[in-house]
Write a protein that binds this ligand. Structure first.
Ligand SMILES: C=CCCn1cc(-c2nc(Nc3ccc(C4CCNCC4)cc3)nc3[nH]ccc23)cn1
Length: 299
């Protein structure tokens, strides 16, 4: 019942989560696949006259009970975040008589940064890419202030609200850093998006705000190459590739600058990819730097 639901999420009444009734959620189409779940476009239409709001509903893959606990953690995480650069939590929907639940979020009409940049490459200039980068930075600064590490920061997990607003989404891998440590150590590394991972995340499964900064550098690279890596490196967990990648990173190989990428932006990426995590910039200093780049209209 509602009380146990509130207790499960130790939410107090004033945070009364909105419970969406399944019978009023009209399925429209599939929007995408995130970590262990799929996201559907639905209209929540209690009046039955098509005047209801469009919402994005993340459903847990069926019969993956193990993921139910993870999914409930993801819901608890996103429901605690209030930032204009983080996708909004709207509520939950129970189905199959409490056996299954879905996460209801605001629907962002332009999809992920990957599809948006591929489609709108012509009319997105360097200044707009920097605006998106500064907004992702703001969202990450906020996440850091809540002691969360995202662990899956990538252009595929950034959604486009409008041509001047992007939001961080998909908190399926997000973890809280313990109060007495500077990092979170993962025990069971499942499929890993190693091309977005800092070296210490590959070799020691250590995740911190500074490993999120490494991933932010990769997102900068994706932004300035308009996510054109058709062969968008998929998630691989083949250990040999992972160790080979760490070795060439140790020998200071890094992704080359994207075509037409302003030198000072590439310099910023290289700073995010410092081998030692403590040599990487913070999200706040990156945010300041990007703000100055947006102001002076060079490149
Ligand atoms: C975060 C990444 C993994 C999981 N995920 C989340 C979503 C998602 N999508 C949308 N809007 C959306 C709008 C248009 C399109 C189209 C489809 C056809 N091709 C062009 C692009 C796709 C998505 N709003 C959302 N709110 C909250 C989540 C969410 C989708 N996948």
């Amino acid at each position: 019942d509602k009380d146990s639901f509130l207790r499960t999420f130790n939410l107090s009444y004033q945070q009364e989560p909105s419970l969406y009734e399944e019978r009023h959620l009209r399925y429209i189409n599939l929007l995408g696949k995130g970590n262990f779940g799929s996201v559907e476009l639905c209209r929540y239409d209690p009046l039955g006259d098509n005047t209801g709001e469009l919402v994005a509903v993340k459903k847990l893959q069926p019969n993956k009970q193990s993921n139910m606990a993870e999914f409930q953690r993801e819901i608890h995480t996103i429901s605690s975040l209030h930032c204009e650069n983080i996708v909004k939590y709207l509520g939950v929907c129970y189905s199959m008589g409490r056996l299954n639940m879905s996460l209801v979020m605001e629907y962002l009409p332009n999809g992920s940064l990957v599809s948006y940049l591929e489609k709108n490459r012509q009319n997105v200039n360097s200044k707009r890419l920097l605006l998106f980068a500064s907004q992702i930075c703001k969202g990450m600064e906020y996440l850091q202030s809540m002691r969360y590490v995202h662990r899956d920061l990538a252009a595929r997990n950034i959604l486009v609200a409008s041509e001047t607003l992007v939001k961080i989404a998909d908190f399926g891998l997000t973890k809280i850093i313990p109060f007495d440590k500077e990092y979170y150590r993962v025990t069971h590394p499942g499929e890993s998006p190693i091309f977005w991972y800092a070296p210490e995340s590959i070799t020691e499964f250590k995740f911190s705000h500074k490993s999120d900064v490494w991933s932010f550098g990769i997102v900068l690279h994706e932004l300035f190459s308009y996510c054109e890596h058709k062969q968008n490196p998929k998630k691989v967990s083949v250990p040999s590739i992972a160790m080979h990648l760490v070795n060439i990173l140790k020998e200071n190989w890094r992704l080359p600058a994207p075509l037409h990428c302003p030198p000072r932006v590439y310099a910023m990426m290289l700073n995010c990819w410092a081998y030692n995590s403590e040599d990487r910039p913070s999200f706040s200093s990156l945010g300041e730097q990007i703000k100055t780049y947006i102001q002076d209209d060079r490149d």
